[in-house]
Write a protein that binds this ligand. Structure first.
Ligand code: SER
Length: 320
């Protein structure tokens, strides 16, 4: 990895991944791709080049790849699960037609491609606990349909055309830099903001609903390390289960309450998000990622909670 194009660089993952890549690969060029209306700002804007790259505009991808001699594309453009249910055709367009545009450019110009998959690629028929790497994937949400198709199309381009496609199935990602939007797991970010602001949290997901979650530094390491992995040891490519923690709303609430004993939470379950959450695994088995490329997470719920609260206090200017 030398010259990298991050598509969706101002989103929840992209805003942090772009900065990490710029720090790690200072001999290369890390281009922040964005769409009008989601322009990079501050450090992200000032620390390197940025270009308008809409995944639905193949020529914009090709031009950026040529201009910066790109060898690796991180494709982070996506509508998350709840938004994709509201806008299924738009989700298909961004996630599938966008991916095809990227894979075609990658085939012609010899780029490696990372496109995340998700816990959303599984469905109600999937084994819930210790969900295996290779198992039933019959998702019932449009987000999930596009994620399974992403895995298949990415593997197809590897086997048919030799495009170096690799990917991980991200759990719900928790971070303090950029908010996610329209996801089923967003509650696990929002609950921290409520606690630090001293507000009651209204939880849209029912107690007892377990989902895999991950702190952003672990997710970023996964995204970098999978692309750095020695291909001789990769049996799988698109896409690897990765896991670090699994909790339900009560468990994260209790973890936060250790820091804020007066923190209050009540439930107002959102039926759309709940139906999606109910169709997803409780906890994935990530043994293949550990064996094939050395995946090892660093954060559990307690460690993440302390770090989230510390950083949100600084971000929100809360002294106590
Ligand atoms: N965080 C995503 C969502 O909730 C799942 O990958 O949609």
């Amino acid at each position: 990895m030398k010259n990298v194009l991050v598509i969706g660089s101002t989103g929840q993952i992209g805003s942090e991944l772009t900065m990490k890549l710029r720090k790690q690969y200072h001999q290369g060029t890390i281009v922040a791709g964005y769409i009008p209306g989601a322009e990079p700002k501050g450090e992200l804007l000032e620390s390197g080049p940025s270009e308008i790259v809409n995944v639905c505009m193949a020529h914009q991808i090709a031009e950026a790849v040529d201009k910066y001699d790109i060898d690796t594309i991180y494709n982070l453009a996506a509508l998350l699960s709840a938004t994709a249910e509201r806008l299924p055709l738009k989700a298909w367009d961004i996630q599938m037609n966008g991916l095809l545009n990227i894979l075609e450019v990658a085939r012609e110009k010899h780029c490696a491609v990372f496109t995340p998959s998700s816990i959303g690629s599984f469905g109600p028929d999937t084994p819930r606990d210790n969900t295996p790497q290779d198992t039933i994937q019959r998702p019932t949400s449009m987000y999930g349909v596009t994620k399974v198709a992403t895995e298949l199309l990415s593997d197809y381009y590897f086997h048919k055309f030799g495009v170096d496609t690799r990917s991980v199935r991200f759990p719900g990602l928790i971070s303090y830099t950029t908010l996610p939007g329209g996801g089923t797991t967003d509650y696990a970010v929002e609950i921290y903001y409520a606690a630090v602001k001293g507000e009651e949290f209204v939880c849209p997901i029912a107690a007892g609903t377990y989902m895999d979650m991950m702190y952003m530094p672990d997710a970023l390491n996964a995204a970098v390390n999978i692309m750095e992995a020695d291909p001789r040891y990769l049996i799988h490519r698109n896409s690897f289960n990765i896991a670090s923690m699994s909790f339900d709303p009560e468990e994260v609430y209790r973890a936060i309450k250790k820091h804020y004993p007066n923190f209050k939470m009540r439930y107002e379950v959102d039926p759309i998000r709940q139906a999606i959450a109910d169709s997803w695994p409780n906890k994935m088995d990530d043994i293949c990622a550990r064996k094939e490329w050395g995946w090892t997470p660093r954060y559990n719920l307690e460690k993440m909670t302390a770090d989230m609260i510390h950083n949100l206090k600084i971000k929100l200017g809360v002294l106590k």
